[in-house]
Design a protein around this ligand. Structure first.
Ligand code: PEP
Length: 256
């Protein structure tokens, strides 16, 4: 049995949320009581339009605010883009990079994802690097090979690459209500931890975590968060309602 550190629970709101949705973040902050603080760390990643206001509101609440993407450059002639430095300036502490929706709708490559993760680290943000196989990868028995390739291409392999979080999000499990078997989740997470040790050095680091993402909800969170090698979860749909997000957080095991 490996140690279980405090779970990291991250909400990805995707392109959802107007200013009135800040009330959900306020409710999450209010519900983040002493027991929850002992068992888990909470980060909410609203759309970029809400990052500044959410971070301002979250001051003193101990929940953190993140973003869902960043540009690789710090500034320049890139109309419509947002840099990691701008996110940090707005109070974000974290940024998700390489989500499967960006890989697929914006044709982001592993190389792009690595550059974004490096940009995040440069700006003092913690990157959450998403990897995950498609259904045809899975059916073809290629899950581990796909994850290995994505990690090798997307994770900055330098001494400066921490804190680093990898989110294992099977593409076929996102927003579908489907999840891999517990044995499959453990196998892939164990593999990711080993690959990170190979890429970043095998010293144990509390700054290196692997999250599971894909249809996590209050009803399945307890079993998934208890699995060996699972350091937390990245939550899409169920993070939009404070009640559901807090219920998932409450399902986190006590650290040991
Ligand atoms: C996600 O998009 O990162 C995600 C995990 O979505 P959901 O929880 O809705 O499957």
């Amino acid at each position: 049995m490996t140690a279980k550190p405090r779970s990291l629970i991250v909400g990805n709101w995707k392109m959802n949320g107007l200013r009135r949705s800040l009330a959900e973040i306020a409710q999450i902050a209010q519900g983040y009581d002493a027991k929850l603080r002992r068992d888990c760390e909470l980060i909410v990643c609203p759309p970029v339009t809400l990052v500044y206001l959410a971070a301002k509101d979250a001051v003193g609440s101990r929940i953190a605010i993140g973003a869902q993407d960043c540009h690789i450059e710090a500034s320049g002639a890139f109309t419509g883009e947002i840099s990691a430095e701008m996110l940090a300036d707005c109070g974000a502490t974290t940024v998700i990079v390489g989500h499967s929706e960006r890989r697929s709708y914006n044709a982001e490559t592993d190389g792009d994802v690595k550059s974004k993760a490096l940009a995040a680290l440069r700006a003092g943000l913690m990157p959450i690097i998403c990897v995950g196989e498609t259904n045809s990868d899975r059916e073809g028995g290629h899950t581990i090979a796909v994850i290995k390739r994505q990690l090798a291409g997307s994770v900055p392999g330098s001494a400066d690459s921490e804190p680093i979080v990898v989110a294992y999000e099977p593409v076929w499990a996102i927003g579908t209500g489907l999840t891999p078997t517990h044995a499959d989740i453990v196998e892939v997470h164990r593999f990711i931890h080993r690959e990170l040790n190979a890429l970043l050095g095998s010293h144990a680091s509390p700054l290196r975590r692997v999250l599971y993402g894909g249809s996590v909800k209050p009803s399945n969170a307890k079993d998934i968060l208890a699995l060996e090698y699972v350091d937390g979860a990245l939550i899409g749909g169920a993070s939009l309602k404070a009640e559901d997000f807090l219920a998932i957080a409450r399902a986190a095991p006590a650290p040991r």
